[in-house]
Design a protein around this ligand. Structure first.
Ligand code: FES
Length: 102
């Protein structure tokens, strides 16, 4: 069963930005978009590159290595070279803290 896990404080992430979050041997990316928080796998599905240094524009994260792009709401690939979608995870903000269901 998936559990809600506290990941960070809401203030740990700048507006329109993301951070890397490592938990239980896996790595994630947590985003602060205009309409709230989102979480996806941290690693690009193309090659071994973490998305933490990527550029977030609206709901689109661009991988820093080859500029592949994904929709952070669904994990869907928007532009190649990646062709495999990212996994996404439910996120909630409560009491100034961000929780992810993993
Ligand atoms: S590693 Fe992300 S687009 Fe190539």
């Amino acid at each position: 069963m998936a559990d809600w896990v506290r990941a960070c404080a809401c203030d740990d992430i700048e507006d329109e930005d993301l951070i890397r979050w490592d938990h239980a041997g896996r790595t994630y990316a947590i985003y602060k978009a205009e309409d709230g928080f989102y979480c996806t796998d941290g690693m690009c599905t193309h090659e071994e590159e973490h998305l933490e240094e990527g550029l977030l524009t609206g709901h689109v994260i661009e991988c820093p290595l080859h500029q592949g792009r994904f929709d952070i709401r669904t994990g869907e690939v928007i532009s190649p070279p990646p062709f495999v979608d990212l996994n996404t995870y439910p996120v909630k903000a409560e009491g100034g803290q961000v929780y992810v269901k993993v």
